[in-house]
Write a new protein. Structure first.
Lengths: 81, 463
């Protein structure tokens, strides 16, 4: 399926900017449970599918970069599978 | 009925059966999504009661519930009250450090905690297997039915108690508010039941009124929509402003005739957000104002008075020197006598606001102290700052709210953000921790040496 590996850091920062009403360059890179729920929700909306993330994967996400790595893995494995 | 005094006595436990658990056995009270009917709930509460008393809980004692939102939480809460004991509600996100301090102060007879929980950060409701552990052998520190902790300005959390009579009065207050979910309808429950909106406005009101409580399967917009769609009966979505965004950013997928209204508490919703919601779903976005100390204070469930609210039945609100005060017969604070917080039957909300003498409408204009709202959770920045300042390697710290909790830290030795992160994670629940940490060589100070708290000056100090 096309378009599933194109998720970038800028996309996530844009999503957080929407949540926090801050300019993208001022969005905190730390991700709490609320920010994480927001990112998962918007990534799912964008790709029209549910991200199957384990508790361990979710618990390991502390930053935007962590989230990006986990989401990419999930999107890629869903495509491969 | 007992008098409300500074040291209330426990009410007879029959109130649980009379006010919350009455009704036909076959009526569904929870959908998780499997339906839990009243008969099942009564049986589970009875079984939990036996486990709690077997572990040492007695009438007049206390049980600390350190459980995530779950059927186990509901059952143990009701069972604790049915024993005639006090329930100490500990948010499951609190750290061991925060919980240990609370337990040492409140000395419950038992602690209920999960041995196994399924479902993580994105679950609204969790499957929990709990264990009951004996903790102390003392009576409860007060006769309140419930104890809740609020982020405090003086180090440890504020301890807030509410009597059974007070909870019953609030539940009955809800039944008199125009626009709440009605018997036979559903509440799509998003706020945590450990905190006042989800606890009384969701769980207790729902059980009392015969409204089904439906937590979505996960914390996402699609799951909220799916929960609304799952039955034909009218549904009210109860949440905080964060949840509006989740719902409003779903892809339109046909009509949602079951959706009656969304009601949020916790913080004000910008008018544009409210309008966008109403345009999209064609139903009102209601607003509630309340506090842990007294529960619901006022509402605007039809969205007609935004940003104002009308005091709830039986609640009086007045403005004194720009601060809102709310009628509250007895001090809700345990172990704290502070006339700047409660005096002579009035709670000092520390919210700036005004009361329109002609209409009685109340307008809340924000905090007069250092408390902020993070996703509906109250956080006192002084607690965050005090915790940071007490960490090894920290010379001074200033914590401000700059569209998120932001900490400026002056180290007195080698210190990295990662080290600070790790230390904070041991001491503060996640929602209290700074989203932005900035290490600065020298925090700005006034000529008399006081730390400067202006966001603009701090931004300059840490470009």
């Amino acid at each position: 399926m096309s378009g599933q590996s194109d998720l970038g850091r800028a996309d996530l920062l844009g999503m957080l900017a929407e949540l926090t009403a801050k300019p993208v360059d001022q969005v905190p890179h730390r991700v709490g449970s609320m920010e994480l729920a927001w990112l998962v929700h918007l990534v799912e909306q964008r790709y029209g599918r549910r991200l199957d993330l384990t508790d361990d994967q979710l618990a390991a996400i502390r930053t935007v970069d962590d989230a990006l790595a986990v989401f990419r893995t999930s999107l890629t494995s869903a495509t491969d599978g | 009925m007992e008098r409300l005094t500074g040291n209330p006595t426990a009410r007879h436990p029959e109130w649980v059966d009379d006010v919350l658990l009455a009704g036909r056995s076959a009526d569904v009270c929870l959908r998780l999504p499997a339906p839990v009917d009243r008969g099942t709930l009564r049986r589970l509460v009875g079984e939990a009661q036996a486990r709690l008393t077997g572990a040492g809980l007695r009438h007049g004692g206390a049980a600390a519930l350190r459980l995530p939102p779950s059927l186990a939480y509901v059952v143990n809460l009701l069972a604790t009250w049915r024993v005639g004991a006090q329930a100490i509600l500990l948010d499951h996100r609190l750290t061991d450090h925060e919980v240990d301090r609370a337990l040492a102060r409140l000395t419950p007879q038992v602690v209920v905690a999960p041995v196994h929980a399924v479902g993580g950060a994105l679950r609204v409701f969790v499957d929990v297997t709990e264990t009951v552990t004996r903790y102390a052998d003392r009576p409860a520190t007060s006769g309140h039915a419930v104890i809740q902790l609020s982020s405090g300005s003086t180090g440890p959390s504020k301890v807030i108690g509410r009597t059974a009579d007070d909870l019953i009065a609030e539940v009955r207050r809800y039944t008199r508010i125009d626009g709440v979910a009605l018997p036979g309808e559903r509440i799509i429950l998003l706020p945590s039941m450990v905190h006042v909106l989800g606890l009384v406005g969701g769980l207790l009101y729902g059980l009392h009124a015969g409204v089904e409580l439906v937590p979505p399967q996960r914390l996402s917009g699609d799951a909220i929509v799916a929960a609304v769609r799952a039955q034909d009966t009218p549904a009210t979505v109860l949440g905080v402003p964060f949840h509006i965004g989740l719902l409003a950013s779903t892809r339109p997928d046909g009509p949602l005739p079951q959706l009656t209204r969304m009601t949020t508490g916790g913080e004000l919703v910008p008018a544009a957000t409210a309008q966008a919601f109403t345009d999209r779903f064609g139903v009102p976005l209601g607003n509630m104002y309340g506090m842990t100390e007294v529960g619901v204070i006022g509402t605007d469930l039809h969205g007609r008075h935004r940003p104002s609210i009308m005091p709830a039945p039986g609640i009086e609100v007045r403005e004194v020197d720009g601060e809102l005060r709310v009628s509250c017969p007895a001090s809700p604070y345990v172990g704290l006598s502070d006339p700047t917080r409660w005096a002579d039957g009035w709670l000092h909300t520390r919210d700036a606001g005004s009361v329109d003498p002609a209409t009685g409408l109340v307008t809340v204009r924000g905090r007069l102290d250092s408390q902020v709202s993070v996703g509906g959770m109250k956080v006192d920045l002084t607690e965050v700052e005090g915790t940071l300042t007490g960490l090894p390697g920290v010379a001074a710290a200033v914590v401000v709210y700059d569209d998120g909790i932001t900490a400026y830290v002056q180290p007195d030795g080698p210190l990295t953000e990662e080290m600070l992160d790790g230390l904070l994670a041991e001491r503060l629940a996640g929602y209290k921790r700074p989203r932005t940490l900035r290490l600065v060589g020298q925090l700005p100070r006034t000529t008399t040496g006081k730390l400067v708290r202006s966001v603009a000056a701090l931004r300059v100090a840490a470009p």
